[in-house]
Ligand binder design. Structure first.
Ligand SMILES: [Zn+2]
Ligand SMILES: [Zn+2]
Length: 261
């Protein structure tokens, strides 16, 4: 750990993501998750992240209960765990905290947790990670100014670093509605109306079409949660329309699949 980090931890004592217990600033040999969870919560986290999908009995990273769009686009959606936004279990608490607390160690930890399934996807698709561009779907402006950061950007940055890849902002966002209050169809429409490619101009009416930056490149869109997938789908479609060779998505948490009775 760098000296500055040590100092920062002494001043802003890190707290457990789940129970808010103060964590000891570990100077030597800080093991996995030590700056994010207390010992008890780390055990609970490890147990909880292994939860399987009630529909297909797979863990989140290999569960194939996905919207058709994603199934057609990539063999799996790399992820760390399932979560239920209405629950207050350890996964939900940890996932929701990433939206509110800008702690680079939380993001680093989550990116590390995501690493194996993302690496697996790269392997399956024959993608060279170091040639990828990592990007994210921006939060709404109000939420960025309220919390002072964009968790998508933080996660994309940490994940890219792990793979020796670059990060590149590709999208911008207009106000739009709050996704969580909308139906699936409304979410798709809302994503269409509020997320656009940076530098594309909102409506491209010009006759001359310049070669786009995305042309022939491989993109990975990282998000904190995947619910209906409407915003991520929009992101993939935009990148494809700009000529991207490959555009895949990965997330930290997927909402639990509901089993139809
Ligand atoms: Zn704890
Ligand atoms: Zn499943």
């Amino acid at each position: 750990m760098k000296f500055f980090e040590v100092l920062k931890n002494l001043v802003f004592v890190p707290k457990c993501l789940s129970c808010d217990e103060r964590l000891l600033p570990v100077i030597e040999g800080n093991g996995r998750g030590r700056m994010c969870f207390c010992e008890d919560c780390l055990k609970k986290w490890d147990q909880a992240r292994g939860n399987i999908c009630p529909a297909c009995s797979e863990i989140a990273a290999t569960c194939s209960c996905l919207p058709k769009f994603f199934k057609d686009n990539q063999p799996s959606v790399p992820s760390v765990c399932f979560y239920n936004p209405k629950s207050n279990d350890i996964k939900t608490i940890a996932v929701l905290k990433m939206k509110r607390i800008n702690n680079s160690q939380y993001f680093e930890f989550m990116a590390e947790e995501l690493y194996p399934s993302l690496e697996n996807l790269f392997f399956e698709m024959g993608i060279k990670p170091e040639e990828c561009l990592f990007t994210w779907i921006p939060r709404k402006k109000e939420s960025v100014s309220k919390h002072g950061f964009d968790q998508g950007r933080e996660l994309a940055t940490k994940a890219a670093k792990m793979f020796g890849a670059s990060v590149k902002p590709m999208f911008f966002r207009f106000a739009g509605e709050e996704q969580k209050t909308l139906s699936k169809k409304e979410r798709e429409e809302n994503a269409m109306d509020s997320i656009f490619l940076l530098g594309s101009g909102i409506v491209r009416k010009g006759r001359r079409k310049r070669k786009s930056f995305a042309e022939g490149k491989t993109f990975v869109i990282i998000d904190d949660v995947l619910t209906s997938g409407a915003t991520l789908k929009r992101g993939v479609e935009l990148l494809r329309s700009a000529g991207a060779a490959v555009a895949v998505v990965a997330c930290i948490a997927r909402t639990e699949v509901k089993v139809k009775k």
